[in-house]
Design a protein around this ligand. Sequence first.
Ligand code: HAM
Length: 545
Amino acid sequence: MATKSKFQAIRGTRDLLPPETALWNHVDQTAHAVFGTFGFGEIRPPIFEETELFGSAIGAETDIISKEMFSWPEGGTSVESELPKVWMLKHLGEFETANREYVFENRQQLDLVVRQSDQTLVVEFKRRTINQATIDDIRQYRRSFSERFPEQKPPKLLLVFAEEPSEFVRKLAAANEAEIEVLHVPGYETRESVSLRPEATASVCRAYIEHGMQQLPQPVKLYYMGPMFRRERPQKGRYRQFYQIGAEVLGGNDAPAIDAEVIEMVMTFFDRVGLSGVELNINSIGHNAPDCRPAYVQKLKAALELVKDKLGADSQRRIETNPLRVLDSKLDHEQAIIATLPRIADHLCAECAAHYAAVKRQLELRGVFFKENWRLVRGLDYYMRTTFEITAKGIDSQNAVCGGGRYDGLVELLGGPPTKGIGFAIGEDRLILSLQESGKGAAPQGRDVYIAWMGEHAYAAAVHAAKDLRNAGFSVELPPTELKFGKALERADKLGSRYALILGDNEVSEGSWTLKTLAEGTQQKFTEPELLEFLKSAKASEPRS
Ligand code: HAM
């Protein structure tokens, strides 16, 4: 029985233990093998990166970025102590408190807040490039701040520059005086915000650019596996540290065959690990040209405005921030309303419609069954055209085991050349849950041979035998202290050992070793070389697991 210990794993994280880890390893190995046959190579990006990388890629308004990041400031000079001093000198007299760390949802943009005596908050806003999009962000930020803290005045955003700010910035600040103040602090170096990765697509794109992978034969096909981190409300199948196995195809063209092959690969993998009840849902969400998704979003928005009163608070908010996400709603009472909304398939531009039709044909050619789901929009901003999600049996509401799609603009958005991209990530925790619930869990890890030894000479022989057997690939348990044979055989049984090798001083001096087959209770005598041969041929004739 587990006892309550002083330290426990943090909520939303957990220990993966044997024998379950054997199943995890099997799943990992299958991914290495299957992805290898499709020509993918493994990439292992770091577990934390600049927060801005994730913010730019996934989108500031998404739940992942606005609510779920694990972030902290890193490097740079201690802004917390320097900046308030500079500020104080400038605003002598008006200043009340400084150096108060202020934790707001979006730490990407917020690391320091100082408070003036009139209760105006001043917030350092960290951006390297200041342009109209930054100003729009600032406005959006002030709005959400005011919603969250209605009793406070909206904050003034402080843009801090080490270099003399450009004319553009000065003019911008002057024109938006109530919202923005520019401060020039020579030598000022902002502390970078870094975050645990909530997903790995952004990291893979960063690596593609950083290592000049556009010089390699295109497309570059990469896969990864490892932990991801999102501050979500934990429940079965949803964790704060969870594991993904993902793959990305970067560069080359956007031939629909690539979309279909990536999907075929993940379906092959699911088939190989024996996942049951697998259902593939696909959709196309068009692209960003005025005659495609933006036009549809306008229509959708207009339709949503008409039914706004009947929608829940989340969906109402999303009409403004991200109307497509309303289609994702799981609320019962919204389903009938959503069913009447305009559908993107009817509003795709000619090129996106043709691409989507070709992806479907390519899937059929590969014998991949799919279901079209016009409501499949996905929760990350970088997608365009093909999106897909795969569900499986036995994991209740959190039944998406894989999500993916095409993201052609992403590498460029992150500062690289125009590059096509498509990929997916499998939720490994959910995959394992589903495998376990359909009875494909790992068998407890037994031992091939338990060496029951008694006596000093027998111990020396046992140590050597253990070494030889392990070198030959058998799992061996060698008790570190002497046990009576009866006790040793009991232990061997409890550990699920197949054989017990019985070594007493007599057996050793006679050179005749006794091997007991535990399940049958039979025993045979062997010389040492015979024993190894016997075990090898017994193993070779076992059915493969
Ligand atoms: P995603 O849909 O956010 O996509 O995550 C992919 C999968 O990760 C989900 O379908 C789910 O199985 C699993 N997952 C997500 N959050 C959790 C959690 N808190 N606990 C357990 N499992 C979770 C992405 O991450 C994209 N990067 C996929 C992609 C790659 N798109 C293109 N390339």
